[in-house]
Design a protein around this ligand. Sequence first.
Ligand code: NAP
Length: 364
Amino acid sequence: MKKVGFIGWRGMVGSVLMERMKEENDFAHFESYFFSTSQAGEDAPKMANSCGKLLSANDPKELLKMDVLLSCQGGDYTNEIFPKLRNDGWKGIWIDAASALRMKDDAILVLDPVNRDLIQKNIAAGGKNFIGANCTVSLMLIALHGLFKENLVEWVSSMTYQAASGAGAKNMIELLDQMKTVGNSFANGPAKEALELEKQMNAVMASNEFPKANFGHPLALNVLPWIDSEMPSGQSKEEWKAQVEANKILQTATTVPVDGTCVRVGALRCHSQGLTIKLKKSVAPKTVEELISRANPWVDLVPNNKPETLKHLTPAAITGTLRVPIGRVRPMTLGDTFFNAFTCGDQLLWGAAEPLRCVLRMVV
Ligand code: NAP
């Protein structure tokens, strides 16, 4: 049996990965070793074929013994440890949720429903580095797979509404702390007119005591239109990833432009995106719907009406599911090659953990 080491298994992505692997009985197929940067020596989670104690994720000696390492720890960790392991001659398979290695030539971006053939070919050819793509990119490609398969997309503009948990466990907890602070101030204050309450809440959000160590700003009662670092292009890094990663996953011969504004919102889990899709030619709305809905087993077309949209096309409706609904699909007044759409998906499942789980099963 192969030895598989898990790093970052207790974070947001790692915890969801563990849940899915238990559901699918994946642990029966290899020996599991659990690593931590902060809790080495403590009890490891009990899985089929797992070892008893947590190993140090900063100890190359232990890591070098693994046939496969799967990291959900983050980019800083990858940048520090991965080159050391390869320099020490480690020939194992590296599977990673972080963005650090995504654009390296020898890294395959994994998204099973969209590029399974490419992944399989790369494994057969001895590929060693399999990296999960950006969550909004993966969810958008699953939703628009049918249009990309037919080579119909000239460009896409995506306006995102990304949940707090997309920034990690500490940030998600901070959003809840912010909401609690707001809620407590509201409950303690005397009953007031709406405008008075709005001023009172803004004062609470602006105070130095407001919990914002992780986001740096209030996210509760607010939106934050910048995710990740600044790029010379004026894009945020999250926005920059959309085009480069989408085209790498699809292996396009000529670049399909993908750009828009990425926004953090106060949803707990699941990312949403409003899409403007420019097609290469005029296509009947019915055909667009058919192509979208039959592209892969995970996409769900939500009819463009108010009751079904509000019931099925929200983060609250799809959290914890592998379904990727897309709705609000309609021609736009901008011209007959422009389509509007809105999609929502669990960024911790198909946006992060599930593509890693699929490639792990393939390599073992
Ligand atoms: P995370 O929740 O911050 O977890 C990363 C590590 O932080 C954990 O493995 C744990 O490591 C440590 N940690 C510290 N305090 C913790 C706490 N209160 N609860 C749990 N863990 C805590 O990070 P993540 O969101 O899973 O992201 C991991 C990587 O995946 C990142 O590179 C991220 O960019 C990428 N990614 C994330 C998402 C998403 O939606 N969150 C989606 C796609 C890709 P130790 O056990 O070693 O202390």
